[in-house]
Design a protein around this ligand. Structure first.
Ligand code: 23J
Ligand code: MN
Length: 247
C-alpha cells in the first residue's frame, strides 16, 4: 500500500435521499429512500457537535444481500452472521456493456461466462462475479436506473439457467451488479421469479448492488472488501465496497 502499487477503487454509490431504490409493483411493500434527520448542528440542541439519525432500508443504495433475505435462504445467515473471512475476496469483472447497450433486457448466460473463462481463466473460488453493464451511468437518476414502461422495468441481469449454475456449480461467493437488484428488471415473470435471489441466496451466497467504477477494475486480479454492517437479524445492509487493484 505505501509503495503506491495498490490502488483503492471505491465501488460505492453515494448514499443520499436522491439515491435510487428498487420499486416493486403493487401489492408488494417497498423500501424507503435514505434520509438524514438532524439531531443537532452546533446549535442549542448541541452547541459543539453535529449529528444525525439515519433513515434507510437495508436494501437502499449500494448494499449487501444476505442469504436470509430470500425464502430459499430463510435458515441461512443474516448479515451479522456472515463470516468476515468471506468478505475479503477476489473479484472478476465480466463486461457486457456492448450487449446491454443494444438490449436493456440482456441476460447473462452460462455460455457468456464460459467464453469469459476461456479468455481470462476460471471464476475465482470464494470470489465475486461482478457484472459490468454500463448501468452505473444511470446511478443518479431514479427513472433511468429502473427504466420502466407499461410492461415493467427493463434492466439487465442473469438468466434462470445461469443463476442456477452460478449458485450450484460455480465456485463464487456471490454476484455484484450496477442495477438496483441482482435480478433483471423482468425477473418477476421468470420461473422461478427472481432467480438470482432464489438460487444464490438459497446456496449460502451473496449479492451486491448499485456498484460503480467497475470499469476501473481488471477482468481478474482485484480484491474486494465488502463487509455489511452487523445488523442483528438483518437481511441486508448498505455497504461501502472497496476494491484493491495492483498497478
Ligand atoms: C425484494 C424483492 C425483490 C427484489 C429485491 C428485494 C431486491 O432486488 C433486493 O434489493 O434484494 S428484486
Ligand atoms: Mn437487496
Amino acid at each position: 500500500m505505501s509503495g503506491g502499487t495498490i490502488e483503492v477503487v471505491d465501488l460505492t454509490a453515494p448514499l443520499a435521499a436522491s439515491t435510487p431504490i428498487l420499486q416493486l409493483p403493487p401489492p408488494f411493500a417497498n423500501t424507503i429512500n435514505f434520509g438524514l434527520e438532524e439531531i443537532s448542528r452546533y446549535d442549542d440542541r448541541g452547541p459543539g457537535w453535529y449529528w444525525n439519525n439515519i433513515h434507510t432500508g437495508e436494501h437502499t443504495g449500494t448494499h449487501f444481500d444476505a442469504p436470509v433475505h430470500w425464502v430459499t435462504g430463510r435458515d441461512g445467515d443474516d448479515v451479522a452472521r456472515v463470516p468476515v473471512r468471506r468478505l475479503v475476496a477476489p473479484a472478476v469483472v465480466i463486461d457486457v456493456t456492448d450487449r446491454v447497450a443494444a438490449d436493456p433486457d440482456f441476460l447473462l448466460e452460462i455460455e457468456h461466462v464460459r467464453a469469459w473463462e476461456a479468455e481470462h481463466g476460471p471464476l475465482p473460488a470464494g470470489g465475486w462475479l461482478l457484472l459490468r453493464t454500463g448501468w452505473d451511468a444511470r446511478a443518479n437518476d431514479q427513472e433511468a436506473i429502473l427504466n420502466a414502461d407499461e410492461t415493467g422495468p427493463h434492466t439487465p441481469g442473469v438468466s434462470v439457467a445461469c443463476a442456477k449454475w452460478l449458485a450450484e456449480e460455480a465456485p463464487i461467493i456471490g454476484i455484484g451488479v450496477e442495477t438496483v437488484g441482482t435480478d433483471a428488471g423482468a425477473a418477476h415473470s421468470f420461473e422461478p421469479a427472481f432467480p438470482c435471489h432464489a438460487y444464490l441466496l438459497g446456496a449460502d451466497k451473496y449479492g451486491l448492488t448499485q456498484l460503480r467504477n467497475l470499469d476501473r477494475l481488471p477482468p481478474a486480479g482485484a480484491v474486494v472488501i465488502a463487509p455489511p454492517l452487523p445488523i442483528v437479524g438483518g437481511s441486508g445492509s448498505p455497504i461501502r465496497v472497496l476494491a484493491l487493484v495492483e498497478r
